[in-house]
Each structure stands twice: as structure tokens, then as C-alpha cells.
Design a binder for this molecule. Structure first.
Ligand code: ADP
Ligand code: MG
Length: 291
């Protein structure tokens, strides 16, 4: 396309809340046949709320205190939900040592000297902790679409925290419009398989790739590309950045992290996925004009 037509498209995009960083994104979007989307913060609001606290052999307030104290060291949206939930119940945080965030798994550390771990099944496996009876309860919460995390104290699983993240209001319409254009939609998430499926089913998403580690996201995009697909990837997190850079077109949520926006060719200012449909219209119009 000519520099002029690209400038015009970029200007129109900006007025519609779609920021193009480069000409390549405008040129390629019309050719996309597969959209890979992150779940948390992209399909959903990314503002999860604490919806359940289940304790086993420990006081509920104590469980929440230990979990929330630890999560103050994490920047994950799940952590923010747990901290806010505890604050709402008047829980004062304790002193944390040896804090560690394990990307895609959870957090560990000592709260007032007590060893605490909080995260998914993978984290428990890594620490050699059996979830026991709590596994069933976690599965149940996940079937409802919530993210269930185990809490272990001194190497023993003693509770579950559930966090639910509402689907963005604009997501169902965006999925519908993209399907009308014949685009296949693939959810790519680090979250549990059952939670991911519950959300995907609500939205009519074509394929789910769950329990993916952050460093594996870009590989999944590459595999789709090697199958001959023109792939756009939409995401919001630091963990999405390599996949956004890898895709033919990376699409960042303006409501997400700076790293995601820096890695993407397109930013949806308000995180409205319908912007992808608008961007494709501009892409088609621009490329038609030059012929
Ligand atoms: P997504 O790809 O959906 O944005 P992540 O890769 O960031 O998700 O995280 C995957 C999973 O790891 C979460 O669903 C959660 O179970 C666990 N996890 C990650 N960070 C934390 C944390 N700070 N506290 C508890 N659990 C966490
Ligand atoms: Mg995310």
C-alpha cells in the first residue's frame, strides 16, 4: 500500500480506538484466518474477584491472611483479586520472606515464618504436595468457570481460593462477528483445562489449548503458522508478549501491560475485541485502494 493510504487507514483506526504501529499490520490483517486469544484479561475483564474461600483443618480467616500476605508480592491479576478480597474482610497482611513467583504456576514464601504455597495443580506437583480431598472441590469450581487455586501450609494442602473473572461485555459479539468472517478462534491460556473449557463453551470458541506455560505460548502460535495459517494473536500480559511478536499480527489490549503493547502491531485502546473486525475492514479497504 502507499504511505498515504496507510496513513489514512491509521488515522481512521485511531478514531475507532484501534492503534496501528506499523504498515505490516494493516496489510496483513485482511488475510488472517486464525485468531489465537489469551483468556485472562483478553476474553475476560482481567479484573477477577475472590468468590470462594474453602478451608480444611485451618481457620478460614487464617487461610485468607496467609494467602493474601503472600500475594502482595505478585503482580498477577489473580493476586490482586485475593489481596482485595482479604482487605474487604479486614485482614491485615503479615511479614513475607523468601517470596518467589513461579510464572504460570503460582507463588511461594514464608508468612511470619510459616511456609505457604498458593497456585495451581502444577505448583503442587512441583512441590510434591498432594491436593487430596480438595481436588474434587477445585474441579467443581472450575466447571463453573472459576480459577481455583490450592493453598498449602508447611507442605500440606489446606484450602482453596476461587477467583472468577467476568467475560468482557464486548466479547460475545466480537466472537460472533469474527465467526461470520470465517475466522477460527483458538483460546490459549495458562489456566486450568476445565476452567478454560467452561469459558470457551460459553463463548462458542472453536478450540482450547489450556495449561500452557508462558514460554510455550509462542510455540503454539508457530505450530499453527507451520500448518499454513495466517495467525493473529490477541493478548494483554507480559506472558503473551513473545506470542504477540511471533504472530503474523499481534494485537494487544490497551487495558493490559506495556510489554504486550510494545510487542504488538495493533493496540485495541479500550480492550474491545470488536476492534479486530473494524481493523480488518480498514485493512481490506486500504489494500483494495491500491489496486
Ligand atoms: P493466563 O494465560 O490465563 O493469563 P497465567 O499463565 O498467567 O494465565 O497463569 C496460569 C495459572 O497459574 C493461573 O490460572 C493460576 O492457577 C496460576 N498462577 C499464576 N500466577 C499466580 C499467582 N500469583 N497466584 C496464584 N496462582 C497463580
Ligand atoms: Mg492474560
Amino acid at each position: 500500500a502507499t504511505p498515504m493510504s496507510i496513513m489514512v487507514a491509521a488515522g481512521k483506526g485511531a478514531s475507532l480506538g484501534v492503534l496501528f504501529k506499523n504498515a505490516e499490520a494493516i496489510e496483513t490483517l485482511r488475510l488472517v484466518d486464525t485468531l489465537v486469544v489469551d483468556k485472562t484479561g483478553t476474553l475476560t475483564e482481567g479484573k477477577p474477584r475472590l468468590t470462594a474461600v474453602d478451608a480444611q483443618g485451618i481457620d478460614k480467616g487464617r487461610l485468607l491472611f496467609l494467602a493474601a500476605s503472600l500475594e502482595r508480592g505478585s503482580e498477577h491479576p489473580l493476586a490482586a483479586a485475593i489481596v482485595a478480597g482479604a482487605e474487604a474482610q479486614g485482614v491485615e497482611p503479615g511479614k513475607v520472606d523468601e517470596f518467589q513467583a513461579l510464572s504460570g504456576k503460582g507463588v511461594t514464601g514464608r508468612v511470619d515464618g510459616v511456609a505457604v504455597a498458593l497456585g495451581n495443580t502444577r505448583l503442587l506437583e512441583e512441590l510434591g504436595i498432594e491436593p487430596g480431598e480438595l481436588r474434587k472441590r477445585a474441579d467443581q469450581l472450575r466447571t463453573e468457570g472459576a480459577t481455583a487455586m490450592f493453598v498449602a501450609v508447611e507442605g500440606k494442602a489446606v484450602g482453596i481460593l476461587a477467583v472468577a473473572d467476568p467475560i468482557r461485555k464486548t466479547t460475545p459479539e466480537a466472537i460472533g462477528l469474527l465467526h461470520e468472517e470465517g475466522i477460527r478462534i483458538v483460546m490459549l491460556t495458562g489456566d486450568n483445562r476445565t476452567t478454560a473449557r467452561a469459558v470457551a463453551e460459553k463463548l462458542g470458541i472453536d478450540e482450547v489449548i489450556a495449561e500452557v506455560l508462558p514460554e510455550e505460548k509462542a510455540d503454539k502460535v508457530r505450530t499453527l503458522q507451520e500448518e499454513g495459517h495466517i495467525v493473529a494473536m490477541a493478548g494483554d500480559g507480559i506472558n503473551d508478549a513473545p506470542a504477540l511478536a511471533r504472530a503474523h499480527v499481534g494485537i494487544a489490549m490497551g487495558t493490559g501491560t506495556d510489554v504486550a503493547m510494545e510487542s504488538a502491531g495493533v493496540t485495541l485502546v479500550k480492550g474491545d475485541l470488536r476492534g479486530i473486525v473494524r481493523a480488518r475492514l480498514l485493512s481490506r479497504a486500504t489494500m483494495r485502494n491500491i489496486r
